[in-house]
Write a protein that binds this ligand. Sequence first.
Ligand SMILES: [Zn+2]
Length: 143
Amino acid sequence: MIYVFCALLGGGVLAAICVPLFRRESTVESAIIEETEWDLLLHKKEVLLGNIQDLDFEYKCGKLSETDYAQVRKEMTGEVAQVLERIHGIESSLDLDALIRREIAARKDTGKTASSVQVCPSCGSNNPTKNRFCAECGSKLKP
Ligand SMILES: [Zn+2]
């Protein structure tokens, strides 16, 4: 019974490994339009981790020799490491972009505040630049 189960699982693993390899060629172009490299990498990571899990299970079932298992697993973990590295690279560059955008937005805000508000010389309250007289104390504002 366990042999049948392992055979089925083994077939599933092979399909899971091979199908994306063949399918990738045709779908990658349409996928790029919708998905960023980031999304693709995250998906690839999930697939690779799943494959490693399946491989471990297959090895426990006794379908693989220890040397085969060690070699394939080494290749798979190497691939995962590459994917993780690229994800990490994108993450840190995304953080930089977000930081820069925040800085620019902050600058724009202060620029806007400075040009659209004038301070009353007698009471110190803020007034819109279009006001000719202070809304608080009625003093004449500088043009
Ligand atoms: Zn005033």
